[in-house]
Design a protein around this ligand. Structure first.
Ligand SMILES: [Zn+2]
Length: 367
């Protein structure tokens, strides 16, 4: 939440309005005469409505507010902070110990290890942490998080280029409940060794972004396919070394896969496409076994094979026919084939329907 400039005058105006609404008028029983008299539930309600800068300012109003915010604040984003984010985190982490969601995404790298260590030392309930573009951070941050925040289910370290695969592997051994992990651009971190650790430790993983981690090979992806059966979103765009074996392993091991990015994976051939198309048939058998999971089981809903230049139209058409949620039509565009000049003949069902509708109209006019 990023608001405009909020001064204490604005807070006072809010308070006066609130006084009229709650305690004001002749009927007002327990009159609220000062900020500190606000009931805690009401205060937390207000805090949940204002932007993060105002929350930090409200923290300075009085002891009562400070305690209430310390106990009640669970979500915070400091992404609006263009300067001094590091100092701000150092000063806030010991106060906001109940944080569950913390967004520290930056435009220019400001965060240093001491700030992340402070978060890890004080915010043990943290579930969702966004550190993207913090390329000043070192392994020290990941080790601190592993020790202090074992409940993490969502971690975004995209663009944090200095982490080693050893530190990430260590974190996965402790944060075994990870469901969403973004390693986009972390070529040094997301090695096959790290992916093996993820496959071994994080069986609940649902979403993994490995975009432009160009050291990843089939070995790493196959570990994921075996160890993370619940994987739904996998971005392998720019993982130039992977081959059909990766896609075949995913098609066989991850029946819930909804989104797969293979942009620029130029070793991918028709074999990979046919394995995906056939996985739909296998998936259908699974569906009958579990009535509950049958709802919303759509199969692949997004597939990016742009710049996969070895693919031919029949194989890609087979995938498109197997998964009704894949579209090449404008507006829906969930099967992305741009850059593959040989694939211009591949079309989703909409194109055929439009064609038939056109023919029906023409036949009608002929009569
Ligand atoms: Zn369509």
């Amino acid at each position: 939440m990023v608001g405009g400039k909020v001064g204490t005058e604005d807070l006072d105006v809010c308070f006066r309005n609130l006084g009229v609404a709650v305690g004001g008028g002749e009927m007002g029983g327990g009159a609220i005469v000062d900020w500190k008299d606000l009931p805690m539930e009401l205060l937390m309600r207000i805090i949940s409505l204002v932007d993060d800068r105002t929350v930090i300012m409200a923290f300075g109003v009085c002891t009562g507010w400070r305690e209430a915010i310390s106990l009640g604040l669970t979500h915070l984003s400091l992404s609006w902070c263009n300067d001094n984010m590091n100092n701000l985190v150092l000063s806030l982490a010991p106060k906001f110990t109940k944080l569950q969601i913390l967004t520290l995404r930056q435009n220019k790298a400001q965060l240093e290890d001491d700030a992340v260590v402070a978060v890890a030392n004080h915010c043990h309930d943290l579930r969702d942490l966004d550190l993207s573009k913090s390329f000043k951070l070192s392994d020290c941050s990941l080790y601190a998080l592993a020790h202090g925040c074992p409940c993490l289910t969502e971690l975004n370290i995209s663009g944090c280029s200095a982490f080693s695969d050893t530190a990430l592997a260590y974190l996965t051994r402790v944060c075994m409940n990870l469901k969403i992990l973004n390693l986009c651009g972390c070529a040094r971190t997301a090695t096959d060794r790290a992916l093996q650790a993820i496959g071994y430790n994080c069986s609940q993983l649902q979403s993994l972004n490995l975009g432009w981690c160009d050291g990843v090979t089939d070995k790493g992806v196959m570990s994921l396919a075996h160890g993370c059966p619940d994987l739904r979103v996998l971005n392998l765009c720019g993982c130039v070394l992977i081959t059909d074996e990766s896609v075949i392993a995913l098609a066989n091991g991850c029946h819930r896969l909804r989104s797969l990015g293979l942009y620029y994976c130029q070793n991918i051939t028709d074999r990979a496409m046919y394995s995906l198309a056939n996985s739909r048939v296998k998936g259908k058998h699974d569906l009958w076994k579990s009535v509950i999971s049958s709802y919303g089981e759509e199969g692949l809903m997004n597939l990016n094979i742009s710049q996969c230049t070895a693919l031919t139209p029949p194989a890609v058409q087979a995938v498109c026919d197997s998964f009704p949620a894949l579209h090449t039509c404008p507006g829906r565009h969930s099967l992305i084939i741009s850059g593959c000049l040989s694939l211009t003949s591949v079309h989703c069902a909409c194109a055929f329907q439009a064609h038939h509708a056109g023919r029906r109209v023409m036949t009608h006019h002929a009569h």
